[in-house]
Design a protein. Structure first.
Length: 133
């Protein structure tokens, strides 16, 4: 009985994660189509890759969508930052502040050269630095 319940819960969790992933993808469809964001799911980890400049609306949507995803699943989220400009700093910091309660489930991945600009608190979030090219 225990074995069956465990496998049913795993199946239900995978289903919930897939549903939340599709909602996330729908939220960012225009950013994905423009090539500014890539979204990927692998083994329960949701990955958002910021490949281009995103606006304030993106950060507001991202905050709500990621909080909702984390509330309804056991997934982790990785934010890969490939491009970043000073004008985004305020919106980025606001996003991190809003997500800080779930920081243990959020990874921020960026090039070493972006470390100072992004100002990620590694005591709250998992910070993964890629070597500068």
């Amino acid at each position: 009985k225990e074995f069956a319940e465990r496998h049913l819960l795993i199946g239900a969790e995978q289903s919930a994660t897939a549903v939340q992933f599709e909602k996330l993808r729908d939220s960012f469809r225009s950013y994905v189509q423009q090539g500014r964001v890539r979204i990927h799911m692998e083994q329960g980890n949701i990955s958002l890759r910021l490949q281009g400049l995103v606006d304030q609306a993106f950060y507001a949507k991202a905050s709500r969508a990621i909080k909702h995803l984390l509330k309804h699943t056991t997934s982790t989220v990785t934010l890969h930052v490939e491009q970043f400009q000073e004008e985004q700093r305020h919106h980025w910091q606001r996003l991190l502040h809003r997500l800080s309660r779930n920081g243990d489930r959020i990874y921020v991945s960026a090039n070493e050269r972006l470390k100072e600009v992004l100002e990620v608190d590694s005591s709250v979030f998992h910070l993964v630095l890629e070597p500068a090219a």
